[in-house]
Design a protein around this ligand. Structure first.
Ligand code: ATP
Ligand code: MG
Length: 390
């Protein structure tokens, strides 16, 4: 008799043609997250099973893996009625409940009692041996009995997984990660749809501090728990920002600065084989995120820009930030490069013609190439816990 974890894939099993690819990727992602733990994993077309002495620890880690829809701690017994009955009683003795329901799934047709009949038979057994009453509509405890070729699995409650698709199934996106609330949430939502991430952070020392950078690394580390292999590309942005400040009228500083960010993001995305850019823009949140601003800024690249939080209110974004654990770090008060040169009246409806005119006043291509050549890549986020960075 063993206690083991059963993983249900859910949504991904609907993608028939890609099923094998999905399952192998999920398997790989699980291996990345569990790499310091002893366990054995087996998989088939509809389930994965994990055996280990550290079941509870593994469950907490699996709760951060996309592509898993249900996690079940189940008990494997041989397919014979006595073993099924005694295990069921043992499990019921350890929980508080007044009502129950039996749900049998019979995948192994060699077991010759049909599911409905077995429900009745087991129901009668539980009624006779416990104080529980039957409630088929809203039971306190559902006793699931899955009769499969490899044995019978009994479990009481299913823990809901994160859902989504295995990270990487869609290839990679380049996340513009600032120290704010929105972009880590955007990154998380992209990961949820199977987009692996590479991160890009623009820093402007000495105008922005080492704490601001460390905060971004800490945020990357938090969302890295959902993926396992995120890197952060830190772009030295000071010279570009100072040049913009000198050459561009106040109201257009942010617009031009963001056009430069997108130009750099595009080049880095191509370099790292990212198919899209992902960012935390939300419609109307600030002057640079009106629809006019977005389209004028977006004009510098043809690469699709995914904005997962575009249509969410700030409070909705904060809710997600709290759930994924980035909020507390995001609200630490270090200034980002977007806020240091913030003009009093940024333009809400910028004109493309003017952007081009202002940009022609300086040689931005050279500055951009110089910034890219001096990128610092931060890997091994795990080793750089936030506390150590401060
Ligand atoms: P956030 O949007 O993450 O809360 P923010 O509100 O300070 O941070 P905005 O000014 O709203 O950032 O910028 C919109 C988006 O542009 C960010 O969500 C992020 O994707 C990107 N961005 C802004 N500043 C930076 C930066 N310094 N490095 C990388 N990306 C940035
Ligand atoms: Mg924002």
């Amino acid at each position: 008799m063993e206690r083991l974890i059963m993983i249900k894939y859910g949504e991904l099993t609907t993608k028939k043609a890609n099923r094998k690819f999905f399952i192998n990727l999920l398997d790989q992602n699980i291996k990345n997250v569990l790499k310091d733990i002893n366990y054995k994993i087996t998989k088939d077309r509809v389930r994965m099973y994990i055996e280990s002495d550290e079941i509870d620890l593994i469950v907490t880690k699996l709760l951060k893996i996309f592509g898993i829809h249900g996690i079940v701690i189940c008990h494997k017994v041989n397919t014979n009625i006595e073993e099924i009955q005694s295990k069921t009683l043992e499990l019921l003795n350890n929980i508080e409940a007044k009502t129950f329901k039996i749900e049998t799934k019979r995948a192994d047709k060699k077991f010759d009692i049909p599911s409905m009949d077995f429900n009745k038979q087991m129901g009668g057994f539980v009624l006779k041996n416990t104080d529980l009453k039957v409630d088929v509509h809203n039971p306190d405890v559902k006793i699931n009995i899955e009769i499969r070729i490899e044995g019978t699995f009994i479990y009481l409650n299913e823990i809901r997984g994160l859902g989504g698709y295995p990270v990487g199934i869609q290839g990679k996106g380049l996340l513009m990660l600032s120290g704010g609330i929105d972009s880590p949430v955007a990154g998380y939502l992209a990961l949820k749809r199977g987009v692996n991430l590479e991160c890009l952070y623009f820093e402007s020392p000495p105008h922005t501090s080492i704490e601001a950078k460390n905060k971004v690394i800490a945020l990357a580390d938090i969302i890295n728990a959902y993926s396992g292999n995120i890197k952060v590309n830190v772009v030295p942005f000071t010279k570009i920002q100072e040049t913009i400040y000198k050459n561009v009228p106040d109201s257009y500083i942010i617009t031009i600065m963001r056009r430069m960010m997108y130009r750099i993001a595009y080049k880095i995305a191509v370099k790292h084989k990212c198919k899209v850019i992902v960012n935390g823009e939300s419609i109307g949140q600030v002057a640079s995120q009106t629809l006019t601003s977005m389209s004028v800024i977006n004009e510098v690249t043809n690469m699709p820009i995914i904005r997962p939080v575009a249509c969410l209110d700030k409070l909705e974004i904060i809710d997600i930030a709290n759930i994924i654990g980035t909020y507390e770090t995001s609200i630490l008060p270090y200034e980002d490069c977007c806020t240091i040169f913030l003009p009093k009246h940024p333009v809400i409806n910028p004109e493309l013609k003017k952007c081009i005119e202002y940009e022609n006043k300086f040689d931005y291509e050279t500055l951009i190439n110089e910034a890219i050549n001096n990128i610092e890549i931060i890997t091994n986020l795990k080793k750089q816990k936030y506390e150590d960075l401060l």
